[in-house]
Design a protein around this ligand. Sequence first.
Ligand code: SF4
Length: 373
Amino acid sequence: MPGLYLHIPFCKQACHYCNFHFSTSLKYKEEMVQALVRELELQRDYLQGASLDTIYFGGGTPSLLSSDELQAIFDQIYRLFPVVAEPEVTLEANPDDLTQEKVDMLRKSPVNRLSIGIQSFAEEDLRFMNRAHSAGEALSCLQRVKDAGFENSTIDLIYGSPTTSDAQWAKNLDIFFQFDIPHLSPYCLTVEPQTALGHFVKKGKVPPVDEEKASRQFEYLMDTMAVHGYEHYEISNFAKPGRHSKHNSSYWLGEPYLGIGPAAHSFNGDTRQWNVANNAQYLKALAESQAPYELEPLAPANRYNEYVMTSLRTQWGCDLTLIQSLPKDFSDHFLASIQPFMAEGQVVRQGSIFTLNRAGKLIADHIAAVCFV
Ligand code: SF4
């Protein structure tokens, strides 16, 4: 079932590691909401009338939206698109925005799943990452969200940071378990060259990510999550049974989706398109009723590479019969490329399905890259 993604390109401050598209000036937030409403109208036929199963507000920081702004977007979505009876509606939120008033407002809105950017419960980690919230705010917002009855929420945590000791990583996970949250998205700290962190590492002010420590913390994560009954359904996602992110799973399973807002991507099975990653250019285009996107027909090799990359990261694995059904059959190449990893015990084959085991998950991106054409 298709999904709708809305990109809210504003943040209060820039986290040092982040390379998403956002602006720290909130001056054009209202105009942006009007532009998103206009783009929804322009793209109303993209999903060919199929009902929306999931709606996802990502960013940036969607929790910066006011009640009126959120309402204007929902009004437009429900006016233009059929929506299933019980859609999954996720909104990414930062702890410093989740005041009691904001949580109450969101609880009354169609949002039924919060994705909260906690990253760490340690002050030292948060300062190193230049997060806008404190460790205290991380804890208090989780309590407010729980008390308000958001049962299907998720949080992000980052491991592998130079400031995160093994003991602190274990503590972060302990706190996560105490709140009994059904979903976790843990990410390894990645140093992107165009970010403040990339700059600090290049200048030698900050050490590069210690790969050995990051692997150790990832292994601890896998063990501990399994003990607490979470399924490792994608490399960076764990869920209690039945609590998978429907929206993100539909990306990995190749379902169509429409992306609205600057830098948002859309996919309809045959083509991929992406909006301009510039707020001023986006606003100007929408003021002229133009949807500012570039479009790429997906060549057979691209479709194969995308499928291999995403499917190998999931518990559902990579299906040889699906590779054989693509417009060009790359199955011989896939089988030859994956063979050494099977011999090393990193990939398991059951019938036509190939999945990564524990050792394979530690080098998932490398395995996928070797299988690319
Ligand atoms: S709040 Fe999120 S999107 Fe904004 S800078 Fe930080 S990590 Fe990036």
